[in-house]
Design a protein. Structure first.
Length: 251
């Protein structure tokens, strides 16, 4: 991926990894469009960082995605990178009936959001000769986190969808990249102060170094995520699953 001169749309970019990527890309001379549901946060970002632009977008809403794709095609005809980063991570107890709603919301946001974004923006990306779709899955796509089992399932599905998408688009100008983060110190699952999670700036440093490498890998897997990505291949799956199974929500 070229380091500068891109026009990049990032979903879920009002905080965490999405905002971190937006700021890094903006600093290196790319046109960045942040997208999210909360208008006040979007306005704050554009005020604090002149040159970054914003659109309202709810990836759990099919109509919102279509409207955003039409707006972007008109306003940003040079768009060549879409990063499907928006996601939610909720704890879940299958014995508690009220957990079902959160599970359904996870599927709508994490999986259907990524699929719908791809279908909506692909026609515009196909018109460019240097287009990239980056789907953000998770290291938990490869070994599930039992207390967030639907989150893990959606990310496994995003991984599978991304693999198939890459094959289908192999003969086009659109490159497909998967970014599978480990636990990072963000608010996604209340990990902003978790010593076991990877510091955000360290994650961004390593991620961007990999993304801008030659050739660009089809998967961006930082060192912290590799033990999960390779758990099954190395025969460590049961041990890693056991480790994740021992995690309990704080009282």
């Amino acid at each position: 991926m070229k380091t500068t001169g891109n026009t990049i749309l990032i979903t879920g970019s009002t905080a965490g990894i999405g905002l971190g990527l937006a700021l890094r890309f903006h600093q290196t001379g790319n046109k960045v469009i942040v997208a999210g549901r909360r208008k006040a946060l979007l306005q704050q970002i554009t005020t604090d960082h002149p040159g970054i632009e914003a659109i309202e977008l709810d990836v759990a809403d099919a109509k919102s995605i279509v409207q955003a794709s039409e707006l972007v095609a008109e306003r940003y005809p040079d768009l060549n990178v879409v990063i499907n980063n928006a996601g939610i991570m909720l704890s879940e107890n299958v014995l508690a009936p009220d957990s079902l709603k959160g599970a359904e919301e996870s599927v709508a946001t994490n999986l259907l959001g990524t699929i719908r974004m791809t279908y909506a923006f692909l026609p515009q990306l196909m018109r460019k000769n240097d287009s990239i779709i980056i789907n953000v899955s998770s290291a938990l796509a490869f070994v599930p986190f039992p207390i967030a089992m639907t989150y893990s399932a959606t990310k496994a599905a995003v991984h599978s969808f991304t693999e198939g998408l890459r094959v289908q688009l192999a003969d086009t100008s659109v490159r497909i990249i998967e970014l599978a983060p480990p636990g990072v110190r963000t608010t996604l699952f209340g990990q902003e102060s978790d010593e076991q999670a990877m510091p955000l700036e360290d994650f961004l440093d390593e991620t961007l170094a990999l993304l801008h490498g030659e050739p660009t890998p089809k998967e961006i897997i930082v060192e912290r995520a590799k033990f999960l990505r390779t758990a099954e291949a190395t025969g460590n799956y049961d041990n890693v699953l056991g480790m994740l199974s021992a995690w309990k929500t704080p009282d």
